[in-house]
Write a protein that binds this ligand. Structure first.
Ligand code: 5AD
Ligand code: SF4
Length: 460
């Protein structure tokens, strides 16, 4: 009897792919288990975007190799690292049995039927048509609308691991959405490396595909309560998307627009295809259409050649935009990327010191922006119990992690309106309200200082 355990690293794309693989395993009659100890098949869905997740995979595979010498155990590597020579070397070293690239995950059944080593790295076209069964008892789901990336940011390994952009047909997207709705999903996050160029693969409009703005409106009329999407590329951002967000009630007033750097010089070296001014124009358009927008970004600090002046420009751009939150990364030189080959890495100490200053800036702004919700009523999707089971946890339309004490009649997961009573840079503490708008006080009578969330910042 096969018992499988999947460990997922990296982005939501990987989570979606892991879900796809899980559903294939289940349809093969394989049991899913919650730990390595219970499993005789362990699959790692890997990430290669920075050095750290690669190191984690390496150390985990080291442990699994020891485990393999003690009992029957099949180990598989999937995801972005599997597609790279670097990952294949690691796989050989740690005696990985199954190696499957991100485009080949439909080969899992074949891999398991074969006794012995199985490697598959080709991209299978059927992947785009495959509709995974909806998740069970979940209020949120991901929906991939495209795979791969046509950009060539000099630091990024993704175009190598996931190949060129392929948009899924609107027909498949809407069919998958229907199944999610049927399973009770209330919030869907549309996924792509660069959703703004949906329907335009390698510069060509794909016959029969709408624009991303049109797709948002189509998804918005399906009856789903909330729609989010990630990630946008500023180069392909068009104002009709901001307008579609504003005019489609189900689309959350939330935009994640990675800037990477506030310095036009650094952006040029990153080959981001926009400069500081152009980026700020997009932000202006977004704020014009969606005055209440919650803005997230991604920032890389310590890109090769980044001077203190360049970094100051990132800090000043942060102030100019006033982001609600940011995912911040130290530049990681990835073999196979142009910046790894052509540029010299900055000293570690310079990079970490800049990251610390940026994190401080982010915390200040998150607190300041979160304060604008104090005393306000917000819509929150509560997905289940918090770390402390007297509370439910979830997130707002703007992706604020939120916890709410249970009160009689309000103990189940669902979408509710709650009143924000306390904010930190990381979290809202809120309470349920009744139909008259009165706060429903929990039996506890007060909110303990730190009723921890089981997961701090919800990744989109
Ligand atoms: N080093 C650090 N951060 C990176 N990212 C992508 N490649 C690298 C790298 N080599 C970050 C970018 C991207 C996010 C998903 O990961 O900010 O938006
Ligand atoms: Fe990487 Fe740029 Fe593609 Fe994003 S858009 S995955 S940063 S190459």
């Amino acid at each position: 009897m096969t018992k499988a355990h999947i460990i997922t690293f990296g982005c939501q794309m990987n989570e979606y792919d892991s879900h796809m693989v899980q559903s294939q395993l289940v349809s093969m009659g394989i049991d899913l288990v919650d730990s390595v100890d219970e499993a005789n098949l362990v699959l790692l869905n890997t990430c290669a975007v920075r050095g750290k997740p690669v190191d984690k995979v390496r150390s985990l595979l080291g442990k699994l190799r020891i485990e393999k010498s003690r009992r029957p155990l099949v180990v598989g590597m999937m995801g972005c690292l599997a597609q790279l020579e670097e990952g294949q070397q690691i796989a050989r070293k740690f005696e990985v049995d199954i190696l499957i690239g991100p485009g080949a995950i439909l080969d899992i059944p074949k891999a398991l039927e074969q006794n012995g080593r199985f490697w598959s790295l080709h991209f299978r076209q059927e992947l785009h048509d495959y509709i995974p069964p909806p998740p069970q008892d979940k209020l949120q789901a991901h929906l991939t609308i495209m795979r791969g990336c046509d950009h060539r940011c000099t630091y990024c390994i993704v175009p190598t691991t996931r190949g060129p952009q392929v948009s899924r047909s609107p027909d498949h997207i809407l069919r998958e959405l229907d199944m999610l709705l049927g399973a009770g999903v209330q919030e869907v996050t549309l996924l792509g490396q660069n959703v703004n160029s949906y329907g335009i693969d390698q510069g060509q409009r794909v016959a029969g595909t709408p624009s991303f703005a049109e797709l948002l409106r189509m998804v918005g009329s399906s009856g789903i309560r909330r729609i989010k999407f990630t990630t946008s590329h500023p180069m392909n951002f068009t104002e009709d998307v901001a307008q579609a967000i504003a005019e489609t009630p189900a689309v959350c007033e939330f935009v994640h627009l990675p800037v990477q750097s506030g310095s036009s010089k650094v952006l040029r070296r990153m080959a981001r295809e926009y400069n500081r001014e152009k980026y700020l124009e997009h932000i202006d358009a977004i704020k014009k259409w969606i005055p209440e927008v919650v803005l997230f970004t991604d920032i890389i600090v310590g890109f090769p050649g980044e001077t203190e002046e360049d970094f100051q420009e990132t800090l000043s751009l942060y102030d100019e935009v006033g982001y609600d939150n940011a995912y911040m990364f130290i530049y990681s030189a990835r073999p196979g990327t142009p910046s790894y080959t052509h540029f010299e890495d900055l000293p570690r100490a310079v990079k970490t010191e800049r990251l610390e200053r940026l994190i401080q800036k982010q915390k200040d702004w998150s607190l300041k922006q979160n304060r604008r919700f104090l005393g306000k009523d917000v819509e929150v999707l509560l997905r289940g119990d918090a770390f402390n089971p007297d509370y439910l946890e979830g997130h707002t339309r703007g992706q604020h992690a939120t916890i709410v004490p249970k009160v009689p009649g309000f103990e189940q997961a669902g979408i509710y309106t709650v009143r924000v009573e306390q904010v930190t840079p990381h979290q809202f503490n809120a309470k349920f309200i009744d139909a008259q708008g009165q706060v429903l006080e929990p039996i506890l009578g007060h909110l303990p200082e730190a009723a921890a969330l089981s997961s701090p910042l919800p990744m989109l």
